[in-house]
Design a protein around this ligand. Structure first.
Ligand code: ADP
Ligand code: MG
Length: 775
């Protein structure tokens, strides 16, 4: 038992020793743990200290930031702006009051002056500035709002920071309390070793709890740090916002300063203006006062004078009153008088107008009578001159005439009498008397001058025929058409018509039309038509007027020289394309230019129609029987026939026979209207001056003189006509178709030329010296 006890004791001892070892080990571990815990707690404490420091520094920083930039500054700035705004408002109010005052002040004398304009400008500027100030106010209130919001947020952040700090302090408190508890536990453990195990366990448990608490506090610390960082970020943003608002404020300040300066300037200007206006006003008042004083003085003087006058004027006034009353009575009766006077004046005027009207009517009647008279006189004049006139034109010697004795000149003139022409024919001198003779020196204008009156009579409604007669090469075409540089009768006539018509344009309305035709071998063709080959017929007008017309003959209305030239050119082209040898053809055909002038008297409606026929006849040269055959002979016969017929017609007209053989040729038939009645005819006999042409010249001049001389007594007229027709142009046609048996029965060849007792010209102007006797 003892043994067992000893054994148990030794076992217990061993157990004790082992336990003691274990305890030592545990103690060691505990000490280690203790030191660890110590280290941890110091670390934690350090950390807590650090955090505290950081918190303090952050709190400091926050307060610093708050004091440096925070709400206080913004508030200050806002306050400043508010103050400034208030000041501006006051200033504005003051300006408005001043403006009101200025407006209230009488500125009437300044109306329209430059000051009023300037002040209006200033007023405009002021209102503009006011607008800007209002805008600024709006901006300011916005800024204030922003600042307010920022301040609120800052307060919120501060509150949260405070909460965090309190939480942290609580945590620290709790941790230190637990640390203290742990220390106490360790001490009690040291004091009692048996429950060490339990204590150790507790410590272990406590230690893990501590660790967890530590990690929690670390996490919280982390969270706090993050929050602090966030707060910093927020602070930074706010700083930036603050900075931008600073900039804005600076800008606004600058603007306000500008406005202020402008307001200042405007105010200064206004003050200056007011000053000047005040000065002006004062000056004006002074001047007005001075003037008023002077005037007053004068008025006083006048008053004194008037007073004295008044005393003398009173009796005069009485008489004036009497006069005035009399006048008043008269004035009352004046409208009646005036009405009567007006009535009588009206009646007088009406009478005068009636008189003028009747005078006008009378004048118009007289004018028409005068017109008639003029026409009659003209007719009479032309009748005295002869409705049919014959002139000769001698062309100059040309290169074509060649040289030698044949080309010598055989024609001479009378220096004293321009109606005489001498011809040396086969050595014998022969003289002729015509209405006028043009020498080779005569120009186109000279010749035109002679025919001008005839052409103008066309405007008065007369029909006119101008013929160019003569052998081929004698100058017919030259006289009628002329050259482009020196135009002949045709173009000049139209030009004259244009200018005459122009002159009468105020009273008359005229239209001028032109036709061109040719007669070849008794066939009439239109030279202006599209079909120049077409044969045209002459017909009686279907209206029963007895007038003739040519259906299908083209008529062009012309208004200018350019128009005429176009018409001539067209006619010429038509002729050239139709005939290969135009020169020869034209010498074998009659070319007619028919100008019609139609007029209407604008006041009376009277209508006139005049026709001007300008005829370039076929060559009058005789073709010997032996030398001609075939077509040439036919041409010659046709020419001879038509020229004979023309001679017959003219002769019949001049001798005033009852029957005129117009129908014997196309030419005379076509020209019937223009040859009969009070129509006028001019025959231009063209003469070649050279020796070789003398027999043809003699023939032409004989023809001319006979045409002229038929105007004799009725008996001799007939005799002349007979000799003419049968002897000359009917050389190849003895059985002339002239239906005038009575005239033919009296034919006495050769008798008419020798005795011409009754020519009008000779009656008026008897030839003194020996009259040349034609052969
Ligand atoms: P016709 O028509 O009678 O056959 P022209 O008129 O053709 O004759 O004239 C023949 C030539 O004589 C033309 O060369 C023309 O220029 C010329 N001639 C005719 N008359 C005159 C004149 N008065 N002055 C100058 N040359 C003329
Ligand atoms: Mg010719």
């Amino acid at each position: 038992m003892v043994h067992r006890m000893v054994e148990a004791m030794s076992q217990l001892q061993e157990e004790k020793a082992r336990l003691q070892e274990e305890l030592a080990a545990l103690q060691e571990r505990l000490a280690l743990q203790d030191s660890d815990q110590q280290a941890t707690s110091t670390q934690l404490q350090n950390q807590v200290e650090n955090l505290k420091e950081k918190l303090i520094s952050q709190a400091q920083e926050v307060s610093r930031l708050r004091s440096e930039l925070g709400g206080t500054d913004l508030e200050k700035h806002r306050d400043l702006l508010v103050v400034e705004n208030e000041r501006l408002r006051q200033e504005m109010r003051r300006f408005e009051a001043e403006l009101q005052e200025l407006r209230a002040k009488p500125v009437a004398p300044c109306v329209g002056c430059e000051h009023s304009q300037e002040s209006a400008q200033l007023r405009d500027k002021l209102s503009q500035l006011q607008l800007e100030v209002a805008e600024n106010k709006g901006m300011l209130s916005e800024l204030n709002l922003e600042v307010q919001q920022k301040t609120d947020r800052l307060a919120e952040v501060e509150l949260r920071l405070k909460d965090c700090l309190a939480e942290k302090a609580q945590e620290e408190e709790r941790l230190s309390r637990r640390l203290r508890d742990s220390h106490e536990t360790i001490a009690s453990l040291r004091a009692q070793s048996p429950p060490i195990k339990y204590v150790i366990k507790t410590v272990e448990v406590e230690s893990s709890k501590t660790k967890q608490a530590l990690s929690e506090s670390q996490a919280r610390n982390q969270h706090l740090q993050e929050q602090v960082a966030m707060q910093r970020q927020v602070l930074k943003e706010m700083e930036q916002q603050l900075q931008s608002s600073h900039q804005l404020t600076a800008q606004l300040r600058a603007q306000i300063a500008m406005y202020e300066s402008e307001l200042e300037r405007a105010h200064g200007q206004m003050l200056e203006e007011m000053q000047s206006l005040e000065e002006d006003k004062n000056r004006a008042i002074e001047e007005a006062f001075a003037r008023a004083q002077v005037e007053m003085k004068a008025v006083h003087e006048n008053l004194a004078g008037v007073r004295t006058n008044l005393l003398t004027l009173q009796p005069a006034l009485r008489t004036l009153t009497n006069d005035y009353n009399g006048l008043k009575r008269q004035v009352r009766g004046f409208p009646l008088l005036l009405q009567e006077a007006l009535k009588s004046v009206k009646a007088e005027i009406g009478q005068a107008i009636e008189e003028v009207n009747s005078n006008n009517q009378e004048l118009l009647r007289k004018y028409r009578r005068e017109l008639q008279l003029r026409k009659k006189c003209h007719n009479e004049l032309v009748r005295l001159k002869g409705n049919i006139r014959v002139i000769a034109r001698v062309r100059p010697v040309t290169k074509e005439d060649g040289e030698g004795p044949e080309a010598t000149n055989a024609v001479t003139f009378d220096a004293d009498d321009d109606s005489i022409i001498h011809l040396l024919h086969k050595g014998k001198p022969v003289s002729f008397e015509l209405d006028k003779v043009f020498s080779p020196r005569a120009s186109q204008q000279d010749v035109f001058q002679e025919v001008q009156a005839l052409i103008t009579s066309c405007i008065d409604g007369f029909n006119v025929c101008i013929f160019a007669y003569g052998q081929t090469g004698a100058g017919k075409t030259y006289t009628m058409e002329g050259t482009p540089e020196n135009p002949g009768i045709n173009q000049r006539a139209l030009q004259l018509l244009f200018s005459e018509v122009q002159e009468k344009a105020s009273d008359w309305e005229y239209t001028i039309t032109v036709s061109a035709a040719e007669i070849y071998n008794e066939v009439l063709r239109d030279l202006l038509g599209q079909e120049p080959q077409e044969k045209l017929e002459i017909r009686l007008c279907p209206d029963g007027s007895g007038q003739l017309y040519v259906p299908g003959l083209t008529e062009f209305q012309v208004q200018s020289v350019a128009d005429i030239n176009k018409v001539f050119e067209f006619g010429h082209t038509n002729r050239t394309t139709e005939f290969t040898n135009l020169n020869e053809h034209s010498s074998r055909s009659h070319a007619l230019l028919i100008v019609t002038v139609r007029g209407v008297d604008c006041s009376t409606g009277l209508r006139t129609t005049g026709k001007l026929n300008l005829v370039d006849l076929a060559g009058s040269e005789r073709v010997g029987k032996s030398g001609a055959e075939g077509s040439r002979l036919r041409e010659a016969q046709h020419i001879n026939k038509s020229l004979s017929a023309l001679g017959d017609v003219i002769a019949a007209l001049r001798s005033r026979q009852g029957h005129v053989p117009f129908r014997n040729s196309k030419l005379t038939y076509l020209l019937q209207d223009s040859l009969s009645g009070d129509s006028k005819t001019l025959m231009v006999v063209q003469v070649s001056p050279v020796e070789k042409n003398t027999s043809e010249t003699l023939y032409s001049l004989k023809f001319a003189e006979r045409v002229r001389s038929v105007e004799l007594g009725p008996g001799s007229r007939r005799a002349e006509l007979g000799s003419w027709s049968s002897q000359e142009h009917l050389e190849w046609e003895p059985a002339c178709q002239t239906p005038q048996p009575s005239a033919r029965a009296h034919s006495a060849p050769g008798s008419g030329t020798t005795s011409r007792p009754g020519s009008i010209r000779r009656k008026l102007q008897p030839l003194g010296k020996s009259r040349p006797v034609p052969v």
